[in-house]
Design a protein. Structure first.
Lengths: 315, 675
């Protein structure tokens, strides 16, 4: 009796599990909603299907357990029943990205990619405000790049709109982007970034923070990061770009001026000992600007980014 | 199938047409559409370019190495390997992608690797090595030359990348080592500076572990990081140095400095974000606790500023801390499909303080130890709201407003620990408020044509420095026509920062950028691209400084003026001869015309102070680089390539008497094999 009871209980449990599994099946799995499956698509679009296994989106096909609305061609393009019925035509594709507005393309991609951390700020990014959406930079089926499905090499994409920045990277002193050593995304997040922890937290909006909450320059130039007992305040307050052009410059070491003293005088401007009442020191009468020694400030103030031993950065 | 391949070739050809001009090698032209080879259930595509670089330089090799730095020798110019499982169910992996560039002694070497198995793991590696050379002639007269190697690597492993609970592990490393020059002063802080040899040894390591979880439609991320840095650079003097200044007989005969600086930056990062039909939320909180300990031991012997034998030892020790908290909270609302409202609040707090115990021994006798202390605190709270409204498919507009409040506190203090109550403090506190507003409109009358116009104006009441943004505005606009074969664009942007008078001076900065670009793939065998930019910058500010031919006097009647007018252009033309050969010719030029003056100091200026300031008001120069590359397809899997690139750098005035001009012919020949 007890054995029959146990068997009945097990049968009941098994039925309950099966029933739960059936309930968990998405409605599209049975072909509802006009989904026809990727096999129907590849009949005509064999050229796309041929190499689709190399596409990151193929993961949804390989998983084999996703609802039709979240796997294969129809996860992006929408249900294909009408498209198949009339034997093609963009008008019958619910999401035909080549004719969609940028805003709709963005919404279509965010259906899944809103979960990506890198896109957490996409609503406030300057690209979104300027109507630059996913398909402006990404090519899902004909990407020549090994990662991220970019429509072209990353620098070419960015230069396509930012010709002024391209000009800066062709100057004598520059970060090695054209040389392939760096990419724009080393410092920028094209999908939007958090508010900067430098300047007044207003601009820039597309510069990604590194090392949790630091300016991205410090990701590579870690020797400038400190902490130092005596930090050069502008580095923390205004950011590196108060002295440097971040992309490229006609001046050495990406500086904003060719000769150092003209740069330093921009802030340390004034004639008396002490500070200008806000902590910014001004030069003393010891500094005779006509003496060549005082025209190269960093020859003595060698630790200009920060020092542990001298508040005027002499060592 | 032929049609498919032809279409793919056309796509690649178009990509080539739109490519920005880069360095001459590696060769961007592909052998063809590599379908790769199948092995078991994998498809393998591989390409390797092996070649030889050469260079001939004339003029300042130092500047060439600083600006270009390509040398002679055999290189693995580039390689790409990709392996993909054909059903997404590989046993150990589903994808391997490996790309390298410049291996074998190029100054800029890098490699990326991705290995992943669907649903189980994803591993990414980024490795880079940079040979850095810079004489710093205008900055320090060559006394701050650097010839170092910086190595960077980043490893990231994600477990269960497609599941609702993921684990992230990471390791990053950054090292810099090599010889360099630095400068030290003699026995007094007013003496001349002398070059010393520096052995750069810096190292930074970071370890990361994080968890990502999806719950109730939100994604939660928590990550802990540990990083450790150490700087063990040392300094010494190779031989006795004289100052070269007749009035300064200082001669350091021996100098040694060691200054180990070790520390760590443990940190936390947390983020939660999610999207619903009518709203989205994104919140972040980060915390970094930076701390470091240091010691400095410096010994100098020689002749001091009056020519007497002297020796000085300086000992400094202490520690520094920098806790940083940053948080963001962003709410997005989508009340209709046309309207998006985003409100973003950011809070940031940095507190930097530390103790530095300084003791100086002159001729073996120690002075009282000084305890130097400094605190720098920066606290910023900013709130911004953006409204983005799409009227229809061809017209939309946005507007935004930002309010930011920043408080900066400096506390500088020193005391003599051996003397009770000797502390002297200086406290500075400054609060600044920034308000800015922006508007923009977008037109897309037809699908390929778009017009963007934008403007922003802002005011900060107490910026930290005279050159910080105070009363500023930006204006910008861009027109773009973009199809698969033709791209045309033109744009303009200006940023004016007109600061109100300080107590003694005004400051004005005006920058304007004009640019136009065109790319045209006329045929699949002929394409062309070109762009032109003009970057204008002029600044003027009042000056107060000390200068004089006999003794320094306070000067307040001079202005600091800088004018840069840069014309930058590039053009590239690509021919393909019957799928057998590709020829690319290109040209890039950057020319700063300054203000058009013929000499650094205008004729008639005799005042030595005016002459000095006039001479640094402009920096006219020309930097140009023509190039040509021929790539011949020998077989469907093999190409032979050769290229030449010229670099010419010439300054008009040679500021401070340094001649940095150079000419360099560089080139390469290579074989590119792919399958």
């Amino acid at each position: 009796m007890a054995r029959r009871t146990v068997i009945l209980c097990l049968r009941g449990l098994l039925l309950a599990v099966i029933a739960t599994g059936v309930q968990a099946q998405p409605p599209g799995a049975s072909g509802a909603g006009g989904y026809v499956g990727s096999n129907a698509c590849k009949t005509c679009h064999a050229d796309i299907w041929l190499n689709f296994y190399k596409n990151p989106h193929f993961k949804s096909v390989a998983s084999g357990d996703l609802a039709p609305s979240r796997t294969g061609c129809e996860s992006c393009h929408g249900p294909g029943e009408a498209h198949v019925a009339v034997r093609g035509g963009k008008a019958t594709i619910p999401n035909a990205f080549s004719v969609m507005s940028q805003a709709k393309a963005l919404e279509a991609c965010l259906t899944c990619h809103a979960r990506d951390f890198q896109k957490a700020n996409i609503r406030r990014s300057e690209h979104t405000l300027a109507d630059v959406a996913c398909t402006s930079c990404h090519s899902i089926h004909h990407s020549p790049t090994p990662k991220f499905l970019l429509a072209r090499k990353q620098t070419d994409l960015c230069y396509g709109c930012h010709a002024g920045i391209r000009a800066q990277f062709e100057m004598p002193s520059k970060h090695r982007v054209n040389e392939g050593f760096m990419e724009c995304s080393d410092c920028h997040n094209p999908h939007g970034a958090f508010a900067p922890t430098w300047r007044m937290s207003d601009r820039p909006r597309m510069v990604d923070q590194a090392l949790n909450n630091e300016e991205p320059c410090l990701k590579c130039h870690v020797d400038k990061r400190g902490p130092f007992v005596f930090e050069h305040p502008p580095v923390r307050v205004e950011g590196c770009e108060i002295c440097h052009f971040p992309h490229g410059s006609t001046n050495e070491r990406l500086l904003r001026r060719p000769v150092v003293f003209t740069l330093c005088l921009g802030c340390h401007n004034g004639g008396a000992s002490g500070t200008r009442n806000n902590g910014v020191p001004i030069q003393t009468s010891q500094h005779n600007l006509l003496d060549p020694r005082y025209q190269r400030c960093t020859t003595c103030h060698v630790r200009i980014h920060g020092s542990n031993a001298d508040e005027t950065f002499l060592r | 199938m032929t049609a498919i391949l032809t279409r793919c070739c056309l796509v690649f050809a178009l990509c080539g047409a739109l490519r920005a001009q880069e360095v001459i090698a590696p060769t961007p032209e592909a052998v063809g559409v590599a379908r790769g080879g199948d092995f078991a259930n994998y498809n393998i595509v591989d390409s390797i370019e092996l070649g030889y670089r050469w260079r001939l330089t004339d003029g300042s090799v130092d500047t060439y190495r600083s600006d270009v730095n390509y040398g002679d020798g055999i290189r693995l110019l580039a390689s790409n390997l990709s392996i993909h499982s054909k059903d997404g169910h590989g046993r150990w992996f589903d994808e391997i992608v490996l790309s390298t560039s410049g291996l074998g002694n190029d100054p800029y070497q890098n490699a990326t690797l991705r290995i992943q198995k669907n649903g189980l793991y994803r591993y990414d590696l980024l490795w880079r090595q940079d040979d850095y050379y810079n004489p710093g002639l205008l900055i320090s007269g060559g006394d701050h030359l650097m010839d170092t190697v910086r190595g960077l690597q980043d490893h990231s492993l994600t477990l269960f990348p497609q599941s609702h609970v993921q684990v992230d592990l990471g390791y990053s490393r950054n090292t810099q080592s090599g010889p360099a020059l630095s400068t030290v002063q003699g026995f007094e802080t007013t003496s001349s500076a002398f070059p010393v040899f520096e052995n750069v040894r810096q190292q930074w390591n970071e370890y990361r572990i994080g968890v990502l979880a999806d719950w109730a439609g939100f994604r939660f991320i928590a990550r802990h990081t540990w990083d450790y840095f150490k700087n063990d650079s040392t300094y010494n003097l190779a031989a006795a140095e004289t100052s070269g200044v007749p009035a300064d007989p200082t001669v350091p005969q021996q100098f040694v400095r060691t200054e180990p600086n070790h520390g760590s930056n443990p940190g936390w990062f947390g983020n939660v974000y999610g999207t619903r039909k009518y709203w989205a939320l994104n919140a972040r909180l980060t915390y970094n606790l930076g701390n470091g300990g240091f010691a400095v031991n410096e010994l100098t012997t020689g002749l001091n500023s009056v020519g007497a034998a002297d020796n000085r030892q300086i000992v400094v020790s202490g520690d520094a801390q920098r806790p940083v908290v940053a948080g963001d909270f962003s709410v997005s609302l989508f009340p209709t499909k046309r309207l998006t409202i985003v409100n973003h609040t950011a809070v940031h707090d940095t507190r930097i303080d530390g103790d530095s115990y300084f003791t100086q021994f002159n001729d073996g006798t120690g002075a009282a130890t000084t305890l130097n202390f400094k605190f720098l605190g920066v606290r910023t709270i900013a709130n911004s709201t953006d409204l983005n409204y799409r009227f229809n498919n061809w017209f939309s507009a946005y507007a935004g407003f930002t309010d930011s409040d920043r408080q900066i506190r400096f506390l500088e203090a020193f005391s003599f620990p051996s003397v009770a109550g000797s502390a002297i403090n200086d406290l500075y506190q400054q609060e600044s408020r920034l308000n800015s507003g922006s508007v923009g409109v977008r037109f897309r009358p037809i699908q390929p044509f778009s017009i963007n116009l934008e403007a922003e104006a802002g005011h900060a009441d107490h910026p930290l420095t005279p050159i910080s943004d105070r009363n500023y505005h930006t204006l910008g606009g861009r027109l773009q026509y973009r199809t698969r074969k033709l791209q045309l664009s033109t744009g303009y942007r200006e940023l004016y920062n007109e600061n109100a008078p300080l107590s003694f001076a005004t400051y004005s900065s005006r920058s304007r950028q004009y640019n136009s670009a065109a790319s045209f793939a006329l045929r699949d065998w002929l394409s062309f691209d070109a762009s032109y930019s003009k970057l204008h910058l002029d600044t003027v500010g009042g000056l107060a400084f000390f200068a004089g031919t006999q003794s320094p006097q306070l000067q307040t009647s001079y202005d600091s003026i800088y004018l840069s007018s840069i014309h930058a252009a590039n053009a590239g033309l690509r021919f393909a001869f019957h799928d057998r050969a590709d020829l690319f010719v290109g040209y890039t030029i950057t020319k700063d015309t300054g203000d058009g003056r013929a000499s650094a100091v205008p004729v008639g200026v005799t005042d030595p102070i005016a002459s000095l300031l006039d001479s640094v008001q402009t920096f006219p120069l020309t930097y140009q680089s023509p190039m040509a590359r021929l790539s011949i397809r020998i077989s469907p899997k093999l190409r032979w390539n050769a290229g030449w690139q010229f670099y010419g750098y010439g300054e008009l005035f040679h500021l401070l008497g340094f001649d940095q001009d150079f000419h360099a012919n560089t080139g390469y020949t290579s074989v590119l094999w792919s399958f």
